[in-house]
Design a protein around this ligand. Structure first.
Ligand SMILES: O=C(O)C1=C[C@@H](OP(=O)(O)O)[C@@H](O)[C@H](O)C1
Ligand SMILES: C=C(OP(=O)(O)O)C(=O)O
Length: 408
């Protein structure tokens, strides 16, 4: 369904954030490997976690995990050590998202995985069996999810795993999250720069509560950054978070949103904008580029964002999507090589009837919605797309004064 969106002038309220999908999908894998009988508290109810659960609870051997990158990558590794023949596929977009680095690594460690269509991409046929393990080098510049996937099954490889990361390491904070969660389940891991050593020591089941999602928090920061005034309370977040996206707090401060903890609640308030230009490297927080790009344009703050090369292989090519859709609102963005997205302040005439395409990407819908503060009545295509990570997104925005009208 497509919707026209606008806001009442007062942005004030309490927002309940969804559980982290990254943590949920890791804990499901760790729990399954540990054969844990324990319930996971506050597991995400998002599509990507449902995709993961559907596979882990199933008794068939053909799985379609839709758009869920973590499910595709983590399950490829997980299934390669479960005896049986498994077919793993996903959405049309998933078939364009590379997986060769992970498949090559697993095959070198003793797995047997074949491509069903295009070499290097899903769908896959996985002949699950015993994994020998050992030492390998793996390129770390495409997706950290390949590394997390290998690491999580490493305690169940006969020789354990010694991983040498090569090239530029992207999304490293997600690797750190994997290390922390594995240790919580009793794994023995030594890290030394880009070398990771994991002992062949099975996990111990532990009770676990999933914290709320810091990536989802970004849309409320963004909303307040664009708004004239207001106050938003976010619930469920951890201050000492396992999520790298918690680092966004300091960047929003520059854009005029101050955060303060009141017990376990995070209060967001307006303050003066500190900068006229935002230069930031997003290599550790790739999922936040859309929120910051829209916020900066709406506030007339030119920017240069580096570390964005992996955005081309996410749910959509997010670089092209941002350039195309922000152009409709009157902002001319450009790129510099593969790794930089920038806005030098060049304006164009906004379109009359703005209609934002979302390209099956939850973060396009979520990041563009706050722009309705400046463009009331703009249309967002396919409102349901948000369920990939945040099914109640529109409901939470409505608490803050969003009005939604269904349109054709
Ligand atoms: O491990 C994870 O949970 C994730 C890692 C990141 O992907 P890349 O490592 O492909 O950048 C991130 O963009 C994704 O949303 C979730
Ligand atoms: C990139 C994302 O997810 P995934 O790679 O897990 O599909 C995301 O949620 O922004």
């Amino acid at each position: 369904m497509n919707i026209a969106v606008c806001f009442n002038d007062k942005i004030k309220g309490i927002v309940s954030l969804p559980a982290s999908k990254s943590i949920s999908n890791r804990i499901l894998i760790l729990n399954a490997l540990a054969d844990s009988p324990l319930e996971i508290e506050n597991l995400s109810d998002c599509d990507d976690t449902k995709s993961m659960l559907q596979v882990l609870q199933s008794d068939v051997n053909y799985f379609d995990i839709g758009h869920a990158g973590t499910a595709m990558r983590f399950l490829t590794a997980f299934l390669s050590r479960i005896v049986g023949i498994w077919d793993l596929t996903g959405s049309e977009r998933m078939k364009q998202r590379p997986i060769g680095v992970l498949v090559d690594a697993l095959n070198r460690l003793g797995a047997h995985i074949e491509y069903r269509e295009q070499v290097g991409f899903p769908p896959l046929r996985i002949y699950g069996s015993y994994l020998r393990g050992g030492e390998i080098s793996i390129p770390a510049s495409v997706s950290s999810q390949y590394i997390s996937a290998l690491m999580m099954i490493a305690p169940y490889m006969a020789e354990g795993l010694r991983l040498r990361l090569t090239g530029k390491v992207v999304s490293r904070k997600y690797i750190d999250m994997t290390v922390a969660l594995m240790r919580f389940f009793g794994a023995e891991i030594e890290t030394n720069g880009d070398f990771i050593k994991i002992a062949p020591l099975p996990y111990t089941p532990v009770p676990f509560r999933v914290e709320s999602d810091w990536s989802a928090a970004s849309y409320f920061y963004e909303l307040l950054a664009i708004a004239e005034g207001g106050e938003i309370t976010l619930t469920g977040l951890e201050k000492e978070s396992l999520q790298g996206d918690a680092g966004q707090v300091y960047v929003w401060e520059k854009l005029g949103v101050k955060s303060s903890w009141q017990g376990d609640k995070l209060m967001l308030r307006k303050k003066e904008v500190e900068i006229r230009f935002l230069e930031f490297n997003f290599v550790e927080m790739p999922d936040l580029v859309q929120s910051f790009a829209v916020a900066c344009c709406m506030n007339g703050i030119p920017f240069s964002f580096s570390g964005v090369e992996t955005l081309r292989i996410k749910e959509t090519d997010r670089i092209t999507a941002l350039i195309t859709e922000l152009r409709k609102l009157g902002y001319e963005l450009s790129t510099e090589g593969e790794g930089v997205l920038k806005w030098e302040g060049t304006l164009a005439l906004p379109e009359k009837n703005i209609c934002i395409e979302t390209y099956h990407d939850h973060r396009m819908a979520m990041a563009f919605a706050p722009a309705a503060l400046k463009h009331p009545g703009m249309v967002i295509v396919d409102k349901e797309v948000v369920s990939k990570s945040f099914a109640d997104y529109w409901k939470e925005l409505q608490k803050l004064g969003l009005e939604i009208e269904e349109v054709k």
